[in-house]
Design a protein around this ligand. Structure first.
Ligand code: KG4
Ligand code: ZN
Length: 334
């Protein structure tokens, strides 16, 4: 079964074709990231306009690159949320148009669940359920117990800033980048060989009796630390990254003890973070669990995992019920 998918939830415009949920045949991603640097954040209207500009060429390229006729496709999948309303609408309406024009079923997909399916495409090792899942991105930090495809239990998540948002805002405080500085922060942190500030920043909610986390106070503590002018920036970057990962690892450890999963899955943009990947890998080894994390190109937004999620868990829907849903949570129907 070949599914063509569209993903336009934020500043990426992506189209993919995936076979049986596991084999990527083609993936095209365009990004309007560069247009948001001067404003230090996304201007939703600009992101939406860029989606309109990019969607046609991205779709054309995906079909051309694979030399595929629409006749050979079995379904169209599209991200319906969460995301920016203007951006989402472009993908949703384009997918509806394709569904009508090509007479194919249309499958709505939750973007956050999509992130998890980056672990199911192009892999050699199958995921053994139950899995402890961490979706960690610019907008979300969610701990989930996944018993099977479509059988998920929400354990907890961020009460305020998402991990990616905390990375980006801290990167801005350190003067690394005005927008999406998570990668730069992590590179700077890697240059710190001795964390002289170890334990100086708080580990918010690390011992709380549930799976909720909070990162907005951490960012404020970084601001105070910078103002004190004691540590060089790479030490502060390292201490921030370590503090955030300490909290995440503590919650994962707690969930391993409580739910005894067979595997751990990471998904979302921040799962590209080298320190996070290695700490969670170590944790998996400690408990003898299989560890899955998408390759870097499937961590950040793309359409490949949308097609995979569509194959494994979502059913075709009536065209009229496929609508953009900007504030969808990870457990909500797309
Ligand atoms: O999943 P994603 O592409 O978009 C959302 O759905 O939010 O995640 C983007 C987020 C941004 O906050 C970005 O700074 C962060 O992922 N990110 C990283 C790294 N790569 C991307 N954060 C820390 N370290 C990285 N290597
Ligand atoms: Zn995302």
């Amino acid at each position: 079964m070949k599914i063509l998918s569209l993903e336009t939830s934020c500043d990426e415009t992506a189209c993919a074709i995936v076979e049986n949920g596991v084999k990527e045949l083609v993936s095209v991603v365009a990004s309007s990231k560069d247009f948001h640097e001067s404003t230090g954040g996304i201007v939703p209207e600009i992101a939406a306009r860029k989606q309109i500009e990019f969607i046609g060429p991205v779709l054309d390229q995906a079909l051309l690159r694979y030399g595929l006729s629409p006749d050979t496709l079995d379904a169209i999948a599209v991200t319906t949320g969460p995301g920016l309303i203007g951006s989402l609408l472009v993908g949703v309406e384009a997918a509806k148009a394709l569904s009508i024009a090509w007479n194919k079923p249309l499958i709505p997909v939750n973007h956050l669940v999509g992130h998890i399916y980056g672990n199911f495409v192009n892999v050699t090792e199958d995921v053994v359920f139950p899995s402890l899942v961490l979706v960690i991105s610019g907008g979300h930090t969610d701990f989930i117990l996944m018993r099977n495809h479509g059988d998920m239990e929400y354990l907890g998540g961020t009460l305020d800033d998402a991990a990616g948002e905390a990375f980006d805002k801290t990167a801005r405080l350190l003067g690394l980048a005005k927008y999406l500085g998570g990668v730069q922060l992590s590179k700077l942190s890697a240059t710190c060989t001795d964390n002289l500030a170890s334990g100086v920043l708080p580990r918010p909610l690390i011992d709380s009796p549930n799976y909720d986390v909070s990162f907005s106070g951490l960012k404020t503590a970084v601001k105070r630390l910078i103002d004190k002018n004691i540590y060089p920036n790479n030490v502060i970057a390292c201490e921030f990254e370590t503090a955030l990962i300490d909290v995440v690892v503590a919650k994962m450890r707690k969930a391993i003890k409580e739910f005894k999963p067979s595997s751990i899955l990471l998904g979302g943009g921040v799962s590209a973070n080298t320190a996070l990947r290695s700490r969670i890998k170590l944790l998996s080894e400690e408990y003898g669990l299989n560890f899955h994390v998408p390759p870097l190109n499937l961590c950040t937004d793309n359409a490949v995992y949308i097609a995979s999620a569509a194959y494994f868990i979502n059913k075709p829907a009536e065209l009229t019920s496929v609508v953009a849903k900007p504030s969808l949570g990870v457990m909500d129907r797309p």
